[in-house]
Design a protein around this ligand. Structure first.
Ligand SMILES: O=C(CO)[C@H](O)[C@H](O)COP(=O)(O)O
Ligand SMILES: [Fe+2]
Length: 219
């Protein structure tokens, strides 16, 4: 049996009018984490939700809240997201000049820290902070929207990161986000990902299919 694979459904594809129910439904359907996409209309061309909504969702699940910040600046908002209930905070090093400081601030508040890399960004960008990270998130679409197609070149990036993590004896989780489906999940896992984010592939078909959809990603 291989290492465990965490499935983190992105609520970006949920019914926003019933978000609490949707979080309960994916929790009951076997989600390991709940992926929450925060967008600011500036770092990415879309606006989603902030700490207030995360706080309101917190009582609906005990699973880790995997919060993906697509915002700039990041640091002024870290406390608010942790107080709202974020367990993992993943930010983009492309979003500002002081990413090491961001990682330190997240960890100092007791949350897990992640780095998200846009499709065009090299793993070199996080070389000097990799040892401090709990997670690296490889964006396999350009961030901003759900329902986009997986960019195949990102598999090589996952492999490169896995080699670096193994060479340094780290336990950093490699997560992949964007266009993940049952058709490419095993390629992501074989390349070295151990956490899969999926929005449309989990929420398609409505609540009766969530369990089956999550299972198909593990399959
Ligand atoms: O960070 C994201 C977009 O910026 C989302 O997490 C991602 O797109 C998930 O949606 P899908 O699985 O439908 O691609
Ligand atoms: Fe995301």
């Amino acid at each position: 049996m291989g290492a465990p694979v965490y499935i983190s459904p992105s609520i970006l594809s949920a019914d926003f009018a019933r978000l609490g129910d949707e979080v309960r439904a994916i929790d009951a359907a076997g989600a390991d984490w709940i992926h929450i996409d925060v967008m600011d209309g500036h770092f990415v061309p879309n606006l989603t939700i902030g700490p207030g909504v995360i706080k309101a969702l917190r009582p609906h699940s005990d699973k880790p809240f995997d919060v993906h910040l697509m915002i700039t600046p990041v640091d002024p908002y870290i406390d608010a997201f942790i107080e709202a209930g974020a367990n993992i905070i993943t930010a983009h090093p492309e979003a500002g000049p002081h990413f090491h400081r961001t990682v330190q601030a997240i960890k100092a508040r007791g949350a897990k820290a992640g780095a998200a890399l846009n499709p065009s960004s090299s793993p070199d960008m996080i070389d000097y902070v990799l040892d401090e990270l709990d997670l690296v998130l490889v964006m396999s679409v350009n961030p901003g929207f759900g329902g986009q197609s997986f960019i195949d070149s990102q598999l090589r990036k996952i492999e490169t990161l896995r080699e670096q993590v193994e060479r340094r004896g780290l336990s950093t989780i490699i997560e992949v986000d964007g266009g993940v489906t049952p058709g490419n999940a095993s390629a992501c896992i074989n390349a070295g990902a151990s956490a899969l984010v999926a929005g449309s592939a989990v929420f398609r078909g409505g609540p009766d299919l969530y369990r089956q959809n999550i299972q198909a990603l593990r399959g």
